[in-house]
Design a protein around this ligand. Structure first.
Ligand SMILES: [Zn+2]
Length: 207
C-alpha cells in the first residue's frame, strides 16, 4: 500500500513538474514573440475606395487611405528588389505592377512568377506581356479542381539587409486595390520568408 502511494505520488509529481516546465517554456516562447525584432506593416483595402481607380490612373490620391498609396507601397517593394523577386499570385492585372516587374527584370533582378493556369490564360492578366519580356512564368499542370490561390511575393531572400515578403488576400488587380475588402502584410521576418521560399521552390520544381 505504502509503495503504491509512493508510485502514485511520484507520477503525479512528475506530471506536475512536466506541466510547469511546459508552461514555462510556452511563456518564454510568448515573451520571445513579443520581443520580435522584425517589422510588420499591414495594409487594408476596402470597397469604400471604389472611386480611387481614377486616383490611381491620374496619380492624384484623395486621402491617406487612398488605394493609390497601397499601390505605391507594392511598387516600392518591387523597385527595391536588387537580386531576386518571386511572386506566387492568383491574379495580376495592374499595368503599373506589370511594368515594374519588367523594369526589375531589365535591370538584372531574377524575376520568377507562379500564376494560376486559368487566370494566366485569361487575357485580362496579360501574362503574355511578362513572358514576352523574358520573365519565366509557371502554372499548375492540372486545372481540374485545382487553383493556385496564393498571394505572396518575396525578394532577396539570401540578403539579410534587403529580404522582404508580402502576403495576404490581395490579388495584384485594380479590383483588389479599390473594390474589395482585402489585406496584405509586409514583413522582413526571415523565418516567414524562409517558409514562403520553401513553398515557392517546391511549386517551381513541381511545375
Ligand atoms: Zn483615392
Amino acid at each position: 500500500m505504502f509503495v503504491c502511494s509512493i508510485i502514485t505520488f511520484g507520477f503525479a509529481g512528475g506530471a506536475l513538474i512536466l506541466r510547469n516546465l511546459r508552461q514555462k517554456r510556452y511563456s518564454v516562447r510568448l515573451r520571445c514573440k513579443v520581443k520580435d525584432k522584425y517589422k510588420y506593416v499591414p495594409l487594408f483595402f476596402t470597397i469604400n475606395n471604389r472611386n480611387c481607380k481614377v486616383h490611381i490612373y491620374k496619380h492624384l490620391p484623395c486621402k491617406v487611405t487612398c488605394s493609390y498609396y497601397g499601390l505605391q507601397h507594392i511598387l516600392e517593394f518591387i523597385k527595391r528588389a536588387r537580386y531576386t523577386l518571386n511572386l506566387c499570385m492568383c491574379m495580376l492585372t495592374s499595368n503599373e505592377i506589370q511594368d515594374a516587374l519588367v523594369d526589375a527584370h531589365n535591370k538584372g533582378v531574377k524575376v520568377r512568377f507562379i500564376a494560376d493556369k486559368m487566370m494566366a490564360e485569361n487575357r485580362a492578366t496579360r501574362m503574355e506581356f511578362l513572358k514576352s519580356a523574358g520573365i519565366p512564368i509557371k502554372t499548375q499542370v492540372q486545372t481540374v479542381e485545382t487553383v493556385i490561390h496564393h498571394k505572396f511575393c518575396y525578394c532577396d531572400e539570401n540578403y539579410p539587409s534587403n529580404r522582404k515578403l508580402f502576403f495576404g488576400s490581395l490579388n495584384l488587380t485594380i479590383q483588389g486595390l479599390t473594390s474589395n475588402w482585402d489585406s496584405v502584410i509586409f514583413t522582413d521576418n526571415r523565418f516567414l520568408i524562409l517558409q514562403y521560399k520553401n513553398i515557392f521552390e517546391d511549386l517551381w520544381t513541381e511545375f
